[in-house]
Write a new protein. Sequence first.
Length: 333
Amino acid sequence: MERAFAESGTWPSRALRRASYSGGMPLSGPLYERITTAPAVPAGLPMVVALTGFTDAGSAVSRLVDHIRTEHEPNPVVAFNADVLFDYRARRPLITFDGDHLVDYQPPRLDLSLVRDSLGQPFVLLSGYEPDFSWDAFTDTVVGLAEGLEVRSITWVHAIPMPVPHTRPLGTTVSGTRSDLTEAHSVWKPHTQVPSTAGHLLEYRLADAGMSVAGFALLIPHYLAETDFPAAAIAALDSISIATGLVFDSDTLREENREYLEKVDDQVSGSDELTTMLHNLENRYDAYMAGSTQAQPIIHTGDLPSADELAAELERFLANRPSGDEDRRPGLG
């Protein structure tokens, strides 16, 4: 089916209904703007969701978004209104001071775009900041847009800190309605409560609407969670590829990761405390893998922590995380 959604002149009633209110509180403007010069979007494409902020351990999602925007030149179809959805005081946009004047203000960006992968395969990308406000309006709108586009699947990724070693491949936990992905690639299936994100709520609403949706939580070494860890972005791309069949060239990221790991190894070798911690994590990993009877994951992981350990690690991460999406600290922090 090649119905040109961007040129149809109609928008899902769900999106229109939610575009003017949220939970009884008036919005300060429309929730989104339709890009009149946008290309036609065929029906039946996969949708990828990448929202930055909150628990973006290793800068996985922010690097993923930067990589796709730089390498694949998305064509925006819908631009969401930051003045409605974004808390500027909690996550300050960047502006450059150039000697004696200000230049290059970088406003927060959240849009739905048409993109092509490295093989030219089209897909729909919802990328940018995680909304701070109007979650019901936002998620209802995105569900309506997904229904209007008749997307065949929705895949989203986020990253959380875990006590696992960087010397072993990263693991994933998979949620959603695609049992094939969960059974084949989810290396940890906890029963626990964690702070939610807009992505979680969106997955919940999409599943409730009967759509095919998968969420990948990347399990990032906790001691690298506040750094810009290229392997995290690589793992995000790999997860999307497994779920959608899309192909991405990650050679640049892999070269960055080799250089990054050399610096990490130098720091670990210079600290007895870090060396001991790493050996303990490796021993737990290897013991787990030796006795594992689970299906082969996309990216292996080790002996995974309990729900209490996860909650404690998330609390530590959130207590020390940067105040803005763009703040990234190199090294081991």
